[in-house]
Design a protein. Structure first.
Length: 697
């Protein structure tokens, strides 16, 4: 909380929270001097943050006070995409926006679509007043799938929700599998616990197609082909079965469908999985033996999953297969055993009270259609039809940069370029998406507004207080939607609620508000080993190796090994698989315009194995063209063993306008979806790479 100011006190500190749940949700302390944020550091009193921030968020003052920060409302004066705007007043902007929306809503409010995601993970600035506004309007709903929905659906089908171990207990584990995660780059505070376990003698194994910075620090690295994780999980089960490294009591009492899962696992001997995954069979056998040894010695085995593995066609089933593994050896019996992908299911958020879906009743549209944010490119170009409904006529974008981050961005650009599409963008900077806005409204940063946060990496609620006044004429997301609601005549009392009271409402009595305001965080009271005696929040109360709910949808009740949409080796024209993990100094497209971070990151880069580079005459530092039928992307080659043979790593996500040919890696990705959760299959992509020629465009 802020230190009380006096007339002479111009330097003080404010407690807050990082807006980017990646998944650490750090507690911040912002130092303010003369009304300017001069430093952001981690709160040393918060056990998970422990005074440490990533390099990105440590530069948050540079981002907040950036010379290119949007400070005033802007109206487009040039062609769509030209980025040409003129300054207007808030009154003119809001009046015109309201008039345009009202006219569209009079025909069909479902022709209006919100588009938002995790530019801030806050419950107030991310999913409160905005949802109330769109519910009252009767607009189309957005299916927010772009990051985590495949893994979430898998956890819900298997464990009953987005739940798992407490992150701090990894420090006590004896074997840690880091599966589909580059923890050093994206989960720094978990890595602290993993390092503590390592100092105590634990073995760390990284499972990732890319030799990441995390893989460098682990004892073993299994560089499997993208989309083959389920086969590897089944091969490990196979070895646990044939060697009887099984907790039969736990399987009998606390699982559902184990006999069927056992039968399927026996179809995946390590030799078959090794061929499928592109791994030496010895690596699979050695990992199974490590798990078996821990089982025999009653030592804790823990799996830290992240979302990298779910971004292929079979990603949801892969998460399901991995999530079954702890039950086989009874790892859940120990607090340092089990699995963690997401802890967000622990938070008792009162979303109905924040979002007010009951307001739909006044809109006249009881059940608006649902449009998947991952197919926005196709949907913006889709004409009206009985199946689709009305064409999208208006788009309100906030907390997202879809022109850069959505898959198959060439098609996304074509959709945003429609002259008949009315687009409003709430932003802090003139991003790729902002260039296509009809109105560009300046939004506050985390240092300028109230918010309250959960986490998917720990189990603390965090409060964010504004540290400085909004710069220029910037307004918070919540305030912009309040004012739009008033212009449209929405006089429901809920639109007058201020941000601090929304923070209070988010959890109600489930959180001690006084403690939260005093220390900036509140730890949820949760058991150390939540599934030691079963108690899974599934329909059966057990770990559901077989899901009747999935079977009722016509899906396989057991985890499946599914081929990619674009399987490696299936195309002579495009022989390389491409994944697009985040560049270490960016968080999706956030921070790309922070000069100090972009200077560290350097150029848009493609990591390519020396063998694949040599076959194409590519040297380290060469400019290359990465291409497929969807588009072309120019970048610098990083000839490196970080890429395994046959797979290239297109580090993202650069703003398109900062790229060599005005594109980024998403020019190459497609809009086909995952098996569960309707998520994008970003890492399920075939390409070819060549030296850049003068006539390449």
């Amino acid at each position: 909380m802020p230190i009380p100011q006096t007339q002479t006190q111009t330097r003080f500190e404010v407690r807050g929270a990082c807006p980017h749940d990646c998944p650490d949700s750090c507690a911040l302390i912002t130092t303010v001097d003369q009304g300017r944020a001069v430093q952001v550091r981690g709160n040393p009193e918060h056990p998970h943050t422990a005074g440490v921030l990533c390099a990105k968020v440590a530069r948050y003052p540079e981002r907040t006070h950036h010379p290119e920060r949007l400070l005033y409302p802007l109206k487009r004066v040039g062609p769509k995409g030209s980025g040409q705007f003129e300054r207007v007043s808030w009154d003119q902007a809001l009046s015109d926006i309201a008039t345009r929306l009202q006219a569209i809503a009079a025909r069909d409010p479902q022709a209006i679509l919100p588009y938002s995601y995790a530019g801030t993970m806050g419950l107030v600035q991310g999913e409160s007043m905005d949802r109330r506004f769109f519910h009252r309007l009767g607009a189309s709903r957005l299916d927010r799938t772009i990051c985590a929905s495949a893994g979430a659906a898998a956890l819900e089908a298997t464990l009953g929700g987005k739940l798992g171990m407490k992150v701090e207990h990894f420090a006590e584990s004896r074997l840690i599998l880091l599966w589909g995660t580059n923890s050093i780059g994206s989960n720094l505070h978990f890595w602290r616990h993993a390092q503590e376990a390592k100092r105590r003698g634990a073995k760390l194994v990284c499972i990732d197609p890319r030799r990441s910075e995390t893989a460098d620090k682990c004892h073993e690295h299994l560089a499997l082909l993208p989309g083959t994780d389920a086969a590897l999980a089944y091969a490990l089960m196979h070895e646990l079965i044939v060697h009887d490294w099984l907790d039969h009591d736990y399987l009998e009492r606390y699982t559902l469908g184990w006999p069927q899962l056992r039968e399927r696992a026996l179809q995946w001997p390590p030799e078959r999985a090794a061929q499928h995954c592109g791994l030496p069979v010895e690596q699979i056998l050695a990992l199974a033996q490590d798990i078996g040894r821990c089982f025999e010695q009653r030592e804790a085995v823990a799996i830290r999953l992240n979302y990298g593995m779910q971004r292929t066609r079979g990603g949801g089933n892969a998460v399901r297969a991995v999530a079954c593994l702890p039950a086989l050896i009874g790892a859940w019996r120990q607090r340092a055993g089990g699995l963690l992908l997401s802890s967000s299911g622990n938070f008792p958020v009162r979303r109905d009270q924040l979002q007010r879906p009951d307001l739909l009743a006044a809109s006249g549209v009881r059940s608006p259609r649902l449009i998947n944010m991952s197919t926005i490119g196709a949907d913006l170009l889709r004409p009206a039809s009985p199946e689709f409904g009305p064409a999208i006529e208006a788009l309100l974008v906030y907390n997202s940069n879809p022109v850069a981050v959505a898959p198959q961005s060439g098609q996304v650009v074509a959709g945003f370029a429609r002259e008949d599409l009315f687009t409003v963008v709430l932003e802090q900077f003139q991003t790729d998406t902002a260039d296509y806005a009809d109105y560009l409204l300046p939004a506050t940063t985390q240092l300028e507004h109230w918010d309250i946060h959960t986490s998917y990496g720990h189990t603390d609620v965090l409060l964010n207080r504004p540290a400085i006044a909004p710069l220029g004429e910037a307004k918070s997301n919540s305030q912009i939607f309040r004012e739009l609601a008033a212009r449209l005549g929405f006089d429901d009392p809920c639109f007058a609620q201020d941000d601090e009271s929304l923070c209070r409402q988010a959890f109600g009595d489930a959180v001690d508000w006084e403690r939260l305001t005093q220390q900036g965080y509140f730890s949820l009271p949760l058991p150390d080993a939540p599934f030691a005696e079963g108690g899974f929040p599934t329909p059966s109360g057990k770990c559901e190796c077989f899901s009747a709910a999935l079977a009722a949808q016509g899906l396989d009740g057991l985890p499946q090994v599914l081929p990619n949409h674009e399987p490696w080796g299936s195309s002579a024209a495009y022989p390389l698989a491409m994944i697009s993990p985040p560049a270490r100094n960016f968080l999706n497209s956030t921070f790309v315009n922070v000069r100090s971070l972009r200077d560290i990151e350097g150029e848009p880069r493609l990591e390519i194995h020396p063998d694949d580079a040599a076959a194409r005459g590519i040297e380290d530092g060469s400019l290359v063209c990465v291409f497929n039928d969807r588009g072309r992307y120019h970048c610098q080659a990083d000839v490196s063993h970080r890429a395994r043979p046959g797979v290239v790593n297109g580090l993202g996500i650069w703003w398109r306008k900062l790229g060599h040919n005005g594109t980024n890696v998403n020019e190459l990705t497609h809009q086909q979806l995952t098996d569960l959760g309707r998520a994008p299959a970003f890492y399920d992509c075939l390409v070819q790479v060549s030296l850049l020629r003068p006539d390449d465009s």
